[in-house]
Design a protein around this ligand. Structure first.
Ligand code: BES
Ligand code: MN
Ligand code: ZN
Length: 492
């Protein structure tokens, strides 16, 4: 769907050409594109300011039917994310206009203070992600995704960046798959149904997949996970995905929270907070999509995904507040609050992962706490890490992908908050304050000495309104972040 092309605009016939323009600087090398940009900037309604748009039809001297100019603002203020957003918005506009094929004039990076690879990466990502339309449940499918996008680059770049388009498209397809799973309503992704969706996708990409049924989880004593699933008619499950290339030695384990619907259980949620809880499996979606993508790109390290799946519901079989269960690790847990269910299923999944794989690194991704959203807002994830190198690596990946993370602490003395009078630990902290931290500290009790990071994506996993390169709903947050981290080299 995306390609690099070195073509002569004077000769080639083009239906729609997108030309990004800065207000204070010429950013193109191609003479024809530069001339077009000059013409656009000569119009009263266009100065190249951010988000401005103007269209010229059949500009003279070229066989371009429609030239769409998009303003980028001042060159010095522009970063990779600015380009990503411009590409995303342009793609959405083009899709709405009914454009099927688009050519994009790629600016050179020099004046922008970016290298050619960053410019290209940002534009390709923004375009693929912005071209995604989720209309599975609509009878009237008004906007169609574009079928093909060609990025116009110098001939030398078509060779230098030959592999970039398919790599970026594969990673962004992962993000899109995660988005679609999050957007899928809970009535169509019960734990067992979701497990089937995951294994079907795994089979296609050559990942090995194993599903633990409820009976197997009982046999293996996943007491905390089973306690969360107890109230639902839809039985819990756990999926384990393995990417094991011959070259791989050390194992990285990724764990994703998969609560297909979080009613809160008997500590039921009220009103509005219940509304979007189909998204409480966004961690599972991100981890699964990352494994599928890693397999598709044939990454050389061993990666395992552990995906616990439950529905947190209310019934005569629901776990009660005050119940005490024995987790997979052997630790007993007093369930002080049935709405703090994520940490329960993660505790069992992580303890299982540590015992089974003795991983070099373990990362969990979870829509874990409302407190994290209060702390960092809806666009930034909280990151907690027992290992400084690992934290720095993930923060660097966050910077490159704009899947933003901010570090939060794991203060030893706050463990006090998780004391139970009757069991080894309580899932409900004794204070409301610092809720994201106490949740992370709870998890820390189940990873032993394994270098571990926890990413709380309760904010950025889901959005009520569309943004530059994402529609309303699931964002697929985590896939680009984890893929970047995996590809840039992993701890030690
Ligand atoms: N799934 C929620 C967290 C959440 C909140 C995700 C908002 C996305 C948006 C989680 O299971 C939860 O209910 N957490 C409780 C924990 C509390 C009971 C200790 C919370 O954050 O209120
Ligand atoms: Mn909950
Ligand atoms: Zn939850």
């Amino acid at each position: 769907m995306i390609h690099l092309a070195a073509i002569d605009l004077k000769r080639e016939k083009i239906s729609t050409l997108l030309i990004p323009v800065c207000e204070d600087q010429s950013i193109h090398t191609d003479a024809a594109v530069r001339a077009l940009a000059e013409t656009a900037l000569g119009l009263e309604e266009f100065q190249g300011k951010q988000d401005q748009e103007v269209i010229l039809y059949n500009p003279p001297g070229l066989s371009v039917e429609r030239a769409v100019f998009r303003g980028l603002g001042k060159a010095e203020k522009l970063d990779a994310e600015g380009l990503r957003q411009m590409a995303g918005k342009s793609l959405k506009r083009c899709a709405k206009m009914g454009v099927a094929r688009l050519w994009v004039a790629v600016p050179h990076g020099v004046g922008l203070g970016l290298d050619a690879s960053s410019v290209l990466t940002a534009l390709l990502e923004g375009a693929v992600l912005g071209n995604h339309v989720f209309d599975r449940y609509k009878q009237n499918k008004e906007t169609k995704s574009l079928a093909r996008i060609d990025f116009l680059v110098p001939a030398e770049h078509t060779r230098r960046f030959q592999k970039l388009p398919s790599q970026i498209e594969t990673v962004c397809r992962g993000t899109i798959l995660a988005r679609e799973w999050v957007n899928t309503p809970s009535n169509e992704k019960t734990p067992v149904q979701f497990a089937r969706l995951i294994t079907a996708a795994a089979k296609k990409s050559g990942l090995s997949a194993r599903v633990f049924t409820e009976a197997e989880l009982q046999h293996r004593k996943f007491g905390a996970l089973l306690a969360v699933g107890a109230g639902s008619l839809n039985r819990p499950a756990m999926v384990v995905l393995e990417h094991k290339p011959r070259s791989g030695r050390d194992t990285v384990v990724l764990v994703g929270k998969g609560v297909t619907f979080d009613s809160g259980g008997l500590n039921i949620k009220t009103g509005p907070s219940l509304g979007d809880m189909k998204s409480d499996m966004a961690g599972a979606a991100a981890v699964t999509a990352t494994l599928l993508t890693a397999a598709a790109l044939k990454l050389s390290r061993c990666i395992v995904g552990v995906i616990p799946l439950v529905e947190n519901m209310v019934s005569g079989r629901s776990t009660r507040p005050g119940d005490i269960v024995t987790s997979f690790s052997g630790k007993t847990v007093e369930i002080g609050n049935t709405d703090a269910e994520g940490r329960l299923i993660l505790a069992d999944a992580m303890a299982y992962a540590v015992k089974t794989y003795a991983p070099k690194v373990l990362i969990d991704v979870a829509t874990l706490t409302g407190a994290c959203v209060v702390a960092l807002g809806e666009k930034i994830a909280g990151i907690f890490a027992s290992d400084e190198t690992l934290r720095a690596e993930i923060l660097a990946a966050a910077g490159r992908t704009q899947e933003r993370c901010w570090p939060l602490p794991l203060p030893e003395d706050y463990k006090e908050l998780l004391k139970s009078s009757f069991a080894d630990i309580n899932n409900m902290p004794s204070a409301r304050e610092g809720g994201a931290i106490s949740a992370a500290l709870f998890l820390s009790e189940f990873v032993g000495n394994t270098p571990w990071a926890h990413i709380d994506i309760a904010g950025p996993a889901y959005q009520k309104k569309e943004s530059a390169y994402c529609g309303a709903g699931g964002t697929g947050f985590g896939v680009r972040l984890l893929m970047d981290w995996l590809m840039m080299g992993v701890s030690k």
